[in-house]
Write a protein that binds this ligand. Structure first.
Ligand code: HBI
Ligand code: FE
Length: 269
């Protein structure tokens, strides 16, 4: 009889950021990406995101040292960045978030990939995700998502819950007194989509609706065909606070919605 393979532990996926090992070219890639996005996001990203960039002292200087970021991040929010080599298994990802640890990749895209890269790199993870972890309500939402993720795995509902992450954490828009703003990390880390998501005519901008989002498929290879708009992070965390078990049961009987489709109950902006 073969010995059962031990399930890898969360710690098996953690690495150390070799900050001194980054080349001048890699730091220059960060600088180029940072400066481009800073100019675009000034009037497009939400204030909570911009405040996080400022609080963490993330600048054009180069790829941040996770140890320095963590001094500020831990003290301000209890979150911590842990370095990972790339995408980690879902259960590991959720367990880390539930423990207020955000897994960040360390590598940076090549100069040829400035405008588009499918897998997360350190620019997406640190510039895109980490600033909002400073915000107390958003930070709690991310932790709750990790806890919900572990539960969804047990209920076979990961596909539904992953759509919530996609349409909020990655591609969310928020209404503010100054107008529509971006908070999704997939948008803030993309030059093209930062402009497209707010200004293009084509995509649908739909008021946040939890069940509707969990029925909506998404594309990972192009700009989104729809974005969901929240009014505040408090509304977002309130809407997602209940136990999702009955929601998943209801969703099992409802058809999926295509990314570009509009349904009757949609409130379009
Ligand atoms: N791993 N490093 C990393 N980053 C992610 O965003 C990530 C992951 N593993 C799984 C995962 N995301 C998905 O489960 C979520 O997007 C739902
Ligand atoms: Fe991401």
């Amino acid at each position: 009889m073969a010995l059962a393979k031990a399930k890898p532990a969360v710690s098996d996926y953690l690495v150390t950021q070799d900050w001194k090992g980054y080349s001048a070219t890699e730091h220059t890639t960060w600088k180029t990406l940072f400066e481009r996005q800073q100019a675009i996001l000034r009037d497009r990203a939400c204030n909570e995101y911009l405040a996080g960039v400022h609080a963490l002292d993330v600048t054009a200087a180069g790829i941040p040292d996770f140890r320095r970021l963590n001094e500020i991040l831990k003290a301000s929010s209890g979150w911590e960045i842990v370095a990972v080599p790339g995408l980690v298994p879902d259960d590991v990802f959720f367990a880390l978030l539930a423990d207020r640890k955000f897994p960040s990749t360390c590598f940076i895209r090549t100069p040829a990939q400035l405008d588009y890269i499918q897998e997360p790199d350190v620019f997406h993870d640190v510039f895109g995700h980490v600033p909002l972890l400073v915000h107390p309500v958003f930070g709690d939402y991310m932790q709750a998502y990790g806890e919900g993720g572990l539960k969804a795995l047990g209920l076979g509902a990961l596909e539904k819950l992953a759509r919530l992450y996609w349409y909020t954490v990655e591609f969310g828009l928020i209404r503010t007194p100054e107008g529509l703003r971006i908070y999704g990390s997939g948008i803030v880390s993309s030059k093209g989509e930062s402009i497209y998501s707010l200004e293009a005519k084509a995509p649908k901008r739909i008021e946040f609706d939890l069940m509707r989002i969990m029925r909506t498929r998404y594309r990972i290879d192009d700009f989104q065909e729809c974005y969901f708009v929240i009014d505040s992070f408090k509304d977002l965390i309130e809407a997602t606070r209940p136990d999702f078990t009955p929601y998943y049961a209801e969703l099992a009987g409802l058809p999926d919605i295509a990314p570009g489709e509009v349904i009757e109950s949609d409130r379009l902006l």
